[in-house]
Design a protein around this ligand. Structure first.
Ligand code: NAD
Length: 398
């Protein structure tokens, strides 16, 4: 689908250069930080910055208190510098009680899915973080934007490109920033892959291998496409392969091909694919061989270049990432990824600068997911000429 906003002609988006979005920085500042009352949040923030010498911590409300919120995001918010856990949205009253006590959240900052829209009247909440099953991302992002909040939406951004466009439009209309939960853009091993690949430190990258698989628990119903969901390995773990290939190569693919894995467990995989192999083709004949599975374990991002190679294995986890190159081991520390990701977004809001992982990038990846499914369905190579033209070039500034 061709986006009216983001044709190749209009939007070769290289985020490292920050030449971003139609408005100038000052217009963007006003647009992204104007509160419902008309008061500028940028002004509020900067006046506090002047008074205290440190930026005001922005309040984040987590929507959906499942595994990722509980196990990763809430603990990460205790390590952030620019933001804090200010509110929760849950349909389970017992969870609300536990979280209120554990994180000292006042009653007035606790919502359920029916009362969620009242968050518009709550000045404690600057950012809504949507951590729901994939098929609910669009609805809650749009409702959050209508409530006047900045939004982080988990990956995959939505179920199709049309939904993505609606989410982007809703945030633009509300003059709020939209970011996708792409934590690895803030992770130093992956940033090193971007740097080595995009700078062509080992010469031109001509082959990428990106494999990500995990054995999915039969109880994880939505991920297996049962009930509310939008799961499956391509959308869930395959998106990291797409991302890794693109940010390592620093280009967008021009076509994709794909083949589903045979189904070995028909009971578990009646609604979603068990696994999928897909290839991204780049204009300079580079290929990225990708694999995503819910029935096997792998975790690798490797680039083979004219004069050497570099790789991460594991590449996509929350910690314990390790990197090697043909010249030796990468000496890079693991960091709290989610804390960095949320701090970076809060900083974008406080400083009125664009995020390196905006909704447009989420939409690009959803367009690719759609193309990969089409290629698997038809057995044909599917050209991808109309992708949103966006790349993260922040690892090679200037
Ligand atoms: P989960 O199933 O553990 O949590 C989902 C939450 O949504 C649950 O608390 C559930 O009660 C709630 N929910 C609200 N309405 C629901 C409905 N109608 N049906 C089902 N659940 C409903 O899932 P999770 O692992 O926390 O994943 C949530 C999102 O976060 C997904 O989009 C996933 O892709 C993403 N995620 C991202 C990362 C990452 O590294 N960026 C890691 C894990 C998950």
């Amino acid at each position: 689908m061709k986006s009216p906003f983001f044709s190749r002609r209009h939007f070769i988006h290289q985020l490292g250069t920050a030449a971003f979005m139609a408005p100038t920085l000052s217009t963007f500042a006003l647009q992204s930080c104007q509160s419902k009352s008309g008061e500028s949040k940028a002004e509020e923030a900067s006046s506090e910055t002047t008074k205290t010498g440190s930026a005001r911590k922005l309040g984040i409300a987590l929507v959906g208190l499942g595994q990722y919120s509980e196990g990763e995001l809430a603990p990460a918010l205790e390590k952030t510098e620019n933001c804090r856990l200010a509110g929760i949205v849950t349909g389970t009253p017992e969870k609300a009680e536990t979280w209120k006590k554990k994180y000292n959240i006042p009653d007035k900052n606790v919502y359920d899915y029916k009362t969620f829209d009242q968050i518009a009247d709550n000045p404690d909440i600057d950012i809504v973080y949507v951590v729901l099953p994939n098929s609910l991302h669009a609805e809650y992002t749009i409702r959050a934007a209508k409530a006047g909040k900045h939004v982080i939406c988990e990956k995959p951004m939505a179920m199709n490109a049309e939904e993505c466009q609606q989410m982007i439009d809703a945030c633009k209309k509300a003059n709020r920033q939209l970011s996708i939960g792409y934590r690895l853009h803030f992770e130093p091993h992956n940033q090193e892959m971007m740097r080595l690949g995009q700078k062509e430190t080992f010469g031109k990258v001509n082959r990428i291998i990106a494999h990500n698989g995990q054995v999915q628990d039969a109880k994880n119903l939505w991920r297996l496409g049962k009930g509310i969901g939008g799961g499956g390995p391509l959308r869930d773990v395959g998106v990291y392969c797409l991302q890794g290939a693109i940010y390592t190569k620093g280009q967008l693919p021009i076509a994709v091909s794909a083949k589903l894995h045979p189904v070995t467990d028909p009971e578990k995989f009646s609604n979603v694919e068990e696994g999928i192999d897909f290839t991204l083709y780049f204009a300079d004949d580079t290929t990225a061989e990708c694999r995503a599975s819910f029935n096997d374990k792998y975790n690798q991002l490797r680039a083979e270049a004219a004069n050497g190679w570099f790789e991460l294995a594991p590449a996509y986890g929350y910690s314990g990432l390790e990197g090697k190159t043909s010249k030796g081991k990468m000496d890079i520390e693991n960091v709290p990824q989610q804390a960095r990701q949320m701090d970076a977004f809060a900083n974008c809001i406080l400083t009125n600068t664009p995020t390196t992982v905006p909704g447009e990038m989420g939409m690009r990846d959803v367009q690719l997911i759609e193309a990969v499914f089409k290629a698997a369905r038809t057995g044909q190579k599917v050209p991808t000429p109309n992708l949103v033209q966006i790349l993260d070039k922040s690892a090679i500034p200037g």
